[in-house]
Write a protein that binds this ligand. Structure first.
Ligand code: ADP
Ligand code: ZN
Ligand code: ZN
Length: 731
């Protein structure tokens, strides 16, 4: 007897058994095929994991599947196994992991059919007509003549020939013309390049020589912004394409800029597809299928693109590997960067992790020789690295958040005909609204957070739960009309700068100003023409963009990460400041970076500015070793939230008891909590977490798998919202 073991889109951490459909004849369906099955009183589409001969359920309890949707599996074995491995590792239901890996349309049951381009061609009967036939209708004759000269016509060919839809239809009705589907051709390995690669500098040459494009190795390509990492990616990809293989390139969520894409298209004649959040479902599926069929040579995408099927995998590249967006923060909480290591290893292909500010995990892996460390120290071409300067702003009169020295530098830069970038990682007008009379602050009713004041349109906005409210005219506590914005947001800096420097455009780049489709591109069009201007923006500006004429960067609130309760705060601060700093002076013009700080004598800040990111990283790594934190230990969080705080707490206490029952606390595994999350109340829910800190992955994994099943079965587990987060990025 054949039993189908199926992963279904439910949050349950198990697989489900079914019989073959009643009318089934022939060979067993292949793993990775979609299966439609009855589930309670609904029908679900799942994925066949394996066919087996025994079930732990009695035969009369098994139901037949309704339909096998694929003859050729939508998911090949490699991808199926990777997804199931990831589901296990990240403690997620297999069905949920597979949901992430499959494009939406496939989950809905749409045929996995690569849509080709519809073209027009002659039927055999049409081909039988003599030259110059159909004379009575000149337009029909013209169409016929055109098709007698070339095999087929594309839709776009019709208008220039003066052929309209009705003419075409007439010939189709006569049975002379038909449509056919034209599939994209396989890439041609002889004509890969559109432009010649750059001549590599000495460091780049050494890096390229150490980079082998056969076999599995993880390379950490550690090179300052502008040192020529992208050129290394392009040349490594070229080698792989020459072997007839594909390249998968992962970029951070907002790092996929038109500039980056244009660079790939300029270099390669081979087909490039992109997978990102701006695609509609059909476009996403097409890109996925093209990768699967091997028609796409280069696949560039954000986090979930790690699950793209590859016909001929050749290399994986993760750009800005330190970026937090590679970790999914809800549902299936996987890290695309870490999965890239696993996938490359399984495929036996090289992986390049690139960054100017590598994560401490990757640096540690490089130090312990798990990764091969490749370094680029100098900037490529003639560019000079920017100079970093700390501006101590204690006891200084600030004008709208700006120190006098910052304003003078901005003025001088603009006068010299250059551009300025002002970085402030807070959108809106001001992060708080305060009553001058009694000190009242506008708070969100649903979160432990202040409401941000926005000016255009004017309203109060919670950036955590999206709650919005009108701005009050008087203080709700004391009725005073003296309500003032407190602190700086991008809108406020924008308007202050516009008043101070009315002669140049001030361009604000944040989530609000770029909301429209292509918003970012339109905003930045002027900037790329090189006219003197001021850019004000959040971290959206820090990623992926190249601003050749920016020679001054002013960082307004550098201190945010220094005192964060998240142990990764200082690491993130260092990465962000250097990424922003890296925007300055990328071309021939040297750049300057001013960092305003209230804590300019803080040792971490001092190290970063005077000795650079790598020394900072060493210092933080040393601290992590002493405090027994990653990368020296392995963390997991059990998160729970509920509108009733006592329920979430009770749930976590129970979980801790269950866990300690299995693995008592020891130097190899310690428990911490339940403790409140960084923001205890958010969106009306109270949030807590239990932390697991283990010396080794394996026992932690086993403990968590068992615990997850116990908690799934626990009645309290159904009354709170809970999740396991393995290798959490946010505490
Ligand atoms: P990164 O990815 O490290 O920021 P890029 O590869 O984008 O660096 O290089 C930065 C700039 O230097 C780009 O304008 C690039 O065209 C140029 N560049 C890179 N390598 C070379 C080279 N070997 N010779 C000349 N210019 C180069
Ligand atoms: Zn008041
Ligand atoms: Zn809120």
């Amino acid at each position: 007897m054949t039993i189908l073991e199926v992963a279904l889109p439910t949050p349950l951490r198990r697989r489900f058994d079914y019989l073959l459909p009643g009318n089934w004849s022939g060979d067993n369906p292949m793993p990775g095929s979609r299966v439609k099955v009855p589930f309670g009183n609904q029908e679900l589409i799942g994925l066949l994991i394996t066919c087996k001969s025994h079930s732990h359920l009695a035969e009369h309890k098994l139901k037949p599947a309704l339909e096998i949707l694929d003859e050729i599996p939508v998911m090949d074995t490699e991808l199926l196994e990777l997804s199931l491995w990831a589901a296990d590792y990240y403690q997620c239901a297999p069905g949920e992991a597979l949901q992430t890996a499959l494009p939406v349309l496939l989950r809905q049951g749409v045929p996995a059919h690569l849509a080709g381009e519809t073209v027009f061609t002659l039927t055999p009967e049409g081909k039988g007509l003599p030259q110059g036939a159909l004379k009575r209708s000149p337009k029909q004759a013209a169409l016929l003549a055109a098709l007698q000269q070339q095999d087929y016509l594309r839709r776009s060919d019709l208008a220039p020939l003066g052929i309209s839809r009705p003419i075409l239809k007439q010939l189709q009705d006569k049975g002379l013309v038909e449509t056919k589907e034209l599939l994209p051709e396989r890439p041609d390995t002889l004509h890969l390049l559109r432009e010649q690669p750059l001549v590599l500098g000495d460091e780049q040459t050494k890096v390229m020589a150490s980079l082998h494009t056969e076999g599995f190795t993880t390379y950490l390509l550690d090179g300052a912004t502008g040192s020529g990492k992208t050129e290394i990616y392009l040349q490594a990809i070229e080698k792989v394409l020459t072997q007839g293989k594909q390249a998968l390139v992962l970029v951070p969520e907002i790092g996929l800029t038109p500039q980056t894409l244009a660079r790939f298209h300029r270099r390669f004649a081979a087909p490039v597809v992109t997978l990102h959040s701006g695609l509609n479902d059909r476009e996403r599926l097409d890109a996925w299928l093209q990768a699967r069929a091997g028609h796409a040579s280069i696949i560039i995408g954000t986090r979930s693109a790690i699950f793209t099927p590859l016909a001929k995998p050749g290399i994986i590249i993760v750009d800005e590997e330190h970026d937090g967006s590679f970790k999914q923060q809800d549902g299936f909480r996987y890290s695309a960067r870490d999965l890239a290591v696993m996938r490359a290893q399984r495929l036996g292909i090289p992986l390049i992790l690139g960054s100017a500010t590598p994560s401490l995990e990757s640096l540690h892996n490089a130090q312990s020789q798990r990764y091969q460390h490749l370094q680029l120290r100098a900037r490529a071409g003639s560019a000079i690295p920017p100079e970093l300067r700390l501006l101590d702003i204690r006891n200084q009169a600030l004008h709208e958040g700006f120190a006098a020295a910052s304003l003078a530098a901005i003025d001088a830069t603009l006068k010299a005909g250059n551009q300025v970038l002002v970085f402030l990682n807070r959108r809106g007008y001001a992060p708080a609204l305060e009553c001058h009379a009694c000190g009242w602050l506008a708070q969100c009713n649903h979160c432990d957070a202040r409401l941000t004041l926005h000016q255009s349109p004017r309203h109060l906005h919670c950036h955590h739960c999206d709650h919005q409210r009108a701005v009050p005219h008087t203080c709700p506590e004391c009725k005073s009309p003296q309500l003032f914005p407190l602190g700086q947001g991008t809108e406020r800096s924008e308007s202050a700068l516009q008043q101070l420097f009315p002669q140049v455009p001030v361009i604000r780049v944040d989530r609000d100003s770029t909301r429209a489709k292509d918003g970012m591109q339109k905003l930045l069009a002027g900037v790329h023409q090189g006219i003197p201007c001021i850019l004000v923006g959040t971290q959206m500006l820090a990623k992926g963009h190249h601003f050749a004429d920016v020679t001054l960067v002013v960082i307004i609130d550098a201190d945010a990460g220094l005192f964060s309760t998240d142990f990764r705060g200082p690491e993130r601060m260092g990465q962000l400041l250097l990424q922003v700093a890296g925007r300055a002076g990328r071309a021939e013009k040297p750049g300057q970076v001013l960092i305003q700080s209230y804590h300019s004598d803080h040792p971490l800040m001092q190290t970063l500015v005077s000795r650079g990111y790598h020394t900072l990283a060493e210092q933080i790594l040393h601290e992590r070793q002493l405090t027994q934190m990653p990368p020296y230990r392995h963390l997991a969080l059990l998160r729970a939230e509920s509108q009733r705080p006592e329920l979430a707490l009770q749930f976590l206490e129970r979980a801790r008891l269950l866990a300690e029952d299995t693995l008592p606390p020891s130097p190899l595994l310690s428990y911490l909590g339940p403790l409140p999350a960084m923001m205890e109340k958010r969106g009306d829910r109270f949030r807590y977490q239990l932390q697991f800190n283990a010396a080794q992955r394996k026992p932690l994994q086993q403990l968590l798998s068992q615990l997850a099943l116990q908690l799934e079965a626990d009645p309290l587990g159904r009354r709170v919202r809970w999740a396991l987060d393995v290798d959490p990025q946010e505490m």
